[in-house]
Design a protein around this ligand. Structure first.
Ligand SMILES: [Zn+2]
Length: 423
């Protein structure tokens, strides 16, 4: 690496620049990824205050680490602030599961991340700034689609999973990305050196330690994390004898939050929640894992550019051009790469998904390829597909997505089914 590839870091207010490219002091705790106990694995230390304690590349909070920097720059946050973890312990204990002790099974999150205040209490008391990368809490979720399903008697409140007011009781966990670089490289079939170099160069040289500190194996990447919602008893997730209904969902802000009708994301998400509630009421357990991978991990700007390109192309918005238009703008059809997705399922101890609420062959292949059995595949009911989303669903079925029905033929895929730009 030539040194001119590294931009000079800006001088932060009040003192010398904290460089990261020198070896840590002997105060940094050792890390052994995939070790069977927390003590043998060791704590992740991503603190920016005591450099000598750091044993990872990057900082905590994923993409929000940048906002933390803004808060420090603006003088709103003390750089020395340490989280007070009093009363923040998980509401439900997840694991430890045997999957945690295999360095290849989980490579993109810290299985011990929810319990650091407990398992590393001594180190924290000794002054090491160790932060949770996972938080587990309880909530009630109220969705208009669930109210609708109650109105149509598809769902019946039982006072346990689904309350009389239409609120579903859930346990949820927020999970920050923690990448064990040798394991991530193996998942993608590249060398660790190539992975580190691409991560360094394609972020504009954001983390020089990726290429200067080969002794640091763990990277806290500045990307979105994931959230899981569990309907029923979370401990049952690890019991293959208990029926598990599950969906893994990739973020789509336009549909999930704002109800845009060009895709099936929110209808599929709320359909999965309905299936999860029904499953939990049957004595099973339901799981929705929600990944922050907006617009096939291409981001919303790319996604909206593609929408325009689809709707303005000669012949109108057709399924046969659906993937081509994305590739024209982004260079690839999809950047979600499901290779790391099954990690959260292994964190939860899952061995079998009885009802998998997804049509995606990529998700199915990633999960089964990681050793988790999938029973039935549940596709979205036709009457939940918005009219403008027919282009997407036809294109995906033609590309190999699971459907119990007819796969659309070449003539069908050429028909303009999408609305024009101006309605
Ligand atoms: Zn969508």
């Amino acid at each position: 690496m030539s040194t001119d590839a590294v931009p000079p870091p800006a001088k932060p207010p009040g003192g010398h620049i904290r460089l990261t490219s020198h070896s840590a002091g002997s105060d940094a705790p050792a890390l052994r990824w995939g070790a069977p106990t927390a003590a043998e694995r060791g704590p992740l230390v991503g603190t920016t205050t005591k450099r000598a304690h750091r044993n990872v590349i990057g900082t905590h909070s994923g993409a929000y680490g940048v906002y933390r920097a803004l808060a420090v720059a603006a003088g709103k946050l003390s750089r020395e602030h340490r989280a007070d973890l009093t009363n923040t312990a998980p509401t439900d204990i997840i694991g430890p599961h045997p999957q945690w002790a295999d360095p290849e099974t989980i490579v993109s999150l810290d299985p011990w991340g929810a319990m650091v205040a407990d398992v590393f209490a001594r180190e924290i008391a000794d002054g090491v700034d160790i932060r949770p990368t996972i938080a587990v809490t309880k909530a009630q979720v109220i969705l208009p689609e669930v109210h609708d399903a109650i109105g149509k008697a598809r769902l019946i409140p039982d006072g346990r999973v689904l309350l009389g007011n239409g609120a579903a009781q859930v346990t949820k966990a927020a999970i920050e990305p923690v990448w064990y670089l040798p394991g991530v490289a193996r998942r993608f079939g590249c060398s660790e050196t190539d992975l580190r170099r691409a991560l360094f160069e394609e972020t504009g040289g954001m983390y020089p330690e990726l290429v200067t500190r080969s002794d640091l194996d763990v990277f806290l990447p500045p990307i979105g994390g994931q959230t899981i919602y569990v309907f029923g008893d979370p401990r049952a997730l690890a019991d293959p004898g208990v029926e598990l209904t599950a969906r893994v969902h990739d973020e789509c802000n336009g549909s999930d939050v704002f109800g845009s009708d060009i895709c099936t994301c929110r209808p599929y998400l709320t359909h999965a929640i309905e299936e999860c509630i029904q499953g939990a009421q049957r004595g099973g357990v339901g799981l929705v894992a929600y990944f922050r991978k907006e617009g096939r991990a291409l981001g919303e700007v790319t996604k909206f550019l593609v929408y325009n390109a689809r709707k303005r192309q000669a012949g109108g918005d057709t399924a046969d051009q659906y993937f081509a238009r994305t590739e024209c703008v982004a260079g690839v059809q999809d950047m979600r790469f499901q290779e790391l997705m099954p990690d959260v399922l292994h964190w939860l101890g899952i061995r079998k998904i009885h009802r998998f609420v997804s049509m995606s062959n990529m998700k199915y292949d990633a999960i089964t390829g990681s050793g988790i059995e999938i029973g039935e595949r549940v596709s979205i009911p036709d009457d939940l597909i918005p009219a403008d989303a027919q282009v997407e669903i036809d294109a995906k079925m033609a590309a190999g997505y699971y459907t119990p029905g007819q796969v659309p033929g070449a003539d069908e895929l050429k028909k303009p089914k999408g609305r024009g730009l101006h309605g």
